[in-house]
Design a protein around this ligand. Structure first.
Ligand code: PLP
Length: 395
């Protein structure tokens, strides 16, 4: 059976070049980068090269990069670390309703522990209003966190403008760029950010590695104490092979980004237009065109359950998602779609296809061949669809 992986926003395969480089640092050059002998030194050199590769990809200085165990830890370090470091200046925090759980849950923890939190709404496309951000900022606001691109609907936020505003008002600005890295330009200076989160496994690097960019001069209280690695910001022996793999993945992504984005945009639109053409009662979620990530398709298929769609697609070899990987398994509809004003019953029938490096037009056409048949079969069993059709017929 054909197998088509369309869940690259959940994770990506490790690039073979990345994997083979990493293997060397597991089996041959396995020194601890803090050791002073030659084993340690060769690991240290490779680690610092990776730091340059990650920094170079986002326009930062190597000294501004702290490696972590992933995007989640980088988000936690940014928010908890800055909230603690700047608590004497104020205790008001701002974020948005469509953030990843690594952001939302962390802010909610702080809101239960003496901080005040404003959660900004988005419009029906999932986009934030810059005016809304401006109105939310108060004299005691210390931290603002806005994601660059949304992991469910691909909406790209006006981060550069928001950053300019934050800087004017003296508010620290953090951006989760896990989904945008490698797909659209991410530059910490163009985006006017103070801190920025990236993750390796979303860009064809290994899982369990990420980084937080922290602009020089921004203070941060560590969350992990110990041997003082990563300039005391994140103790613990570095995941050397993982970090080296992440560095290589950044180098490859930087070289390929322009070509890949153009190809993905073509596939995205072929899939989105094809679905709209072949299936009735379908709605595209998120913005169209340039405000959408080149690899994201998200649709609500009315009168069917997202979970049933996913299972049926899986049976014909197609891997998609009903929103974010983290919330699948739970039957709660996506917090992102609800924040965009979608009624519960429609949010339940939502599907995300996220395209990647290896996908082809044939993959897209296979989905366009299978999905309409699956939807038709599921709707035949749906009492809601039946009722809707009888009511339409009676008119
Ligand atoms: C995947 C993801 C994360 C979490 O990164 P991990 O490396 O998996 O911990 C954070 N934010 C966004 C937007 C993501 O898509």
């Amino acid at each position: 059976m054909r197998r088509v992986y369309l869940d690259h926003s959940a994770t990506t395969p490790v690039d073979p070049e990345v994997a083979s480089l990493m293997m060397t640092y597991y089996t041959e050059k396995y020194g601890n980068p803090s050791s002073i002998h030659s084993f340690g030194q060769e690991a240290r050199e490779a680690l610092e090269k990776a730091r340059e590769q990650v920094a170079g990809f986002i326009g930062a200085q190597p000294a501004e990069i702290t490696f972590t165990s992933g995007g989640t830890e980088a988000d936690n370090l940014a928010i908890l670390g800055a909230a603690e470091a700047y608590k004497d200046k104020g205790k008001h925090l701002i974020t948005t309703a469509v953030e990843h759980h690594a952001i939302l849950e962390t802010f909610e923890f702080l809101a239960k522990n003496g901080y005040e939190l404003t959660v900004l709404p988005v419009d029906e496309e999932g986009l934030l209003s810059v005016d809304g951000v401006q109105r939310a900022i108060r004299p005691d606001t210390i931290l603002l966190s806005v994601m660059h691109a949304n992991n469910e609907v691909g909406a790209i936020q006006p981060v550069a403008e928001i950053g300019r505003l934050a800087r004017e008002k003296g508010v620290i600005f953090h951006v989760d760029a896990v989904q945008s890295l490698g797909k659209i330009p991410v530059n910490v200076n163009d985006l006017n950010v103070d801190m920025l989160t990236v993750s390796s496994h979303k860009i064809y690097g290994p899982k369990g590695v990420g980084a937080l960019y922290v602009r020089k001069g921004i203070r941060l209280v560590p969350r992990v104490y110990g041997g003082g690695q990563e300039k005391k910001r994140r103790s613990g022996t570095e995941n050397t092979p993982g970090i080296i793999g992440f560095g290589k993945a950044c180098e490859l992504a930087q070289a390929r980004m322009a070509d890949e984005a153009a190809k993905l945009t073509g596939l995205r639109d072929r899939l989105m237009d094809g679905i709209l053409e072949r299936i009735d009662f379908v709605k595209v979620n998120g913005p169209r065109g340039a405000k959408r990530l080149p690899n994201n398709v998200n649709v609500s298929v009315q009168y069917v359950e997202g979970e049933s769609l996913l299972l049926s697609l899986d049976m014909v070899g197609i891997a998609a998602s009903s929103g974010s990987a983290c919330t699948s398994g739970s039957l709660d509809p996506s917090h992102v779609l609800l924040a965009m004003g979608m009624p519960h019953e429609i949010a339940h029938g939502s599907l995300r296809f996220s395209l990647g490096r290896q996908n082809t037009e044939e993959d897209v056409d296979y989905v366009l061949e299978q999905l309409p048949k699956i939807v038709e079969r599921l709707r035949r069993m749906s009492p809601l669809f039946d009722q809707m059709q009888r009511e339409a017929g009676a008119k």
